[in-house]
Write a new protein. Structure first.
Length: 239
């Protein structure tokens, strides 16, 4: 070729398919240019080697959902800030979803269920409007699980108080199931979490929060994700 041309146009000539089929193959991540997956039909090529993966199919590319283990100390005052942590390089090596990493999966990701201020752990980002709506609409019914490291001496009957509904600024807080995991770690399972609720509850019984980690939202858990890593949410594990 003497002039650079679009990848989809080149693929049409290479495998004798339609322009629409070529674009689906490319967007599906089935086309390699010099051994690298390129999922942009408009990508310009000149002398590079173009190949179609042997398992290529014309299945439409689905919107994806990522689970991130937010590391400690990361500022989430801007909900979208943790998106900078989701890159091909931080993808969990042992991701068993079977989903192939494509560049388009990193575009238009929307943050969902907010995490408690100062907490680390599970965050969910999605391109799928159905999942985003479900996480927002079902926020009152999706149970979240946190582990909370604390210091200080809990007051008499403090655990019972944590399991009763508390009032904050005159508002009755949602009920929580709270239990000890160790001498300095509590487990909170609660729905419709109000911002600052866990810290307020702990301080109300004489405890100071040292660290918080969200482990689960609904039936989706963080699993073995290392801090700063992400993995795909398999399609059959929607909330």
């Amino acid at each position: 070729m003497s002039e650079a041309i679009r990848l989809d146009k080149h693929l049409v000539a290479l495998i004798q398919c339609s322009r629409g089929e070529a674009q689906k193959y490319i967007e599906g991540g089935w086309v390699l240019v010099d051994g690298e997956v390129i999922d942009q039909p408009q990508f310009k090529i000149l002398e590079q080697k173009v190949e179609l993966h042997t398992d290529a199919n014309l299945t439409a590319v689905l919107p994806r959902t990522m689970l991130l283990n937010l590391p400690e100390g990361f500022d989430v005052s801007t909900p979208a800030a943790p998106l900078q942590l989701i890159t091909p390089e931080t993808h969990m090596e042992d991701d068993r979803s079977g989903i192939r990493v494509l560049k388009r999966h990193f575009a238009r990701l929307v943050p969902t269920t907010p995490i408690e201020s100062g907490a680390s752990g599970l965050m969910v980002f999605s391109q799928n409007g159905k999942i985003v709506r479900k996480l927002v609409e079902d926020a009152k019914t999706n149970e979240q699980e946190y582990t909370v490291d604390v210091s200080g001496e809990i007051e008499l009957d403090g655990l019972k108080k944590l399991n009763d509904r508390m009032k904050q600024n005159g508002w009755l807080l949602p009920a929580a199931k709270v239990s000890w995991q160790s001498e300095t770690r509590l487990r909170f399972a609660l729905k419709n979490v109000h911002s600052g609720q866990i810290k307020f509850m702990c301080e109300s019984v004489g405890l100071t929060v040292v660290a918080m980690t969200r482990l689960r939202i609904g039936r989706v858990s963080m699993g073995k994700l290392a801090p700063g890593e992400w993995r795909y949410l398999p399609e059959d594990l929607w909330f």
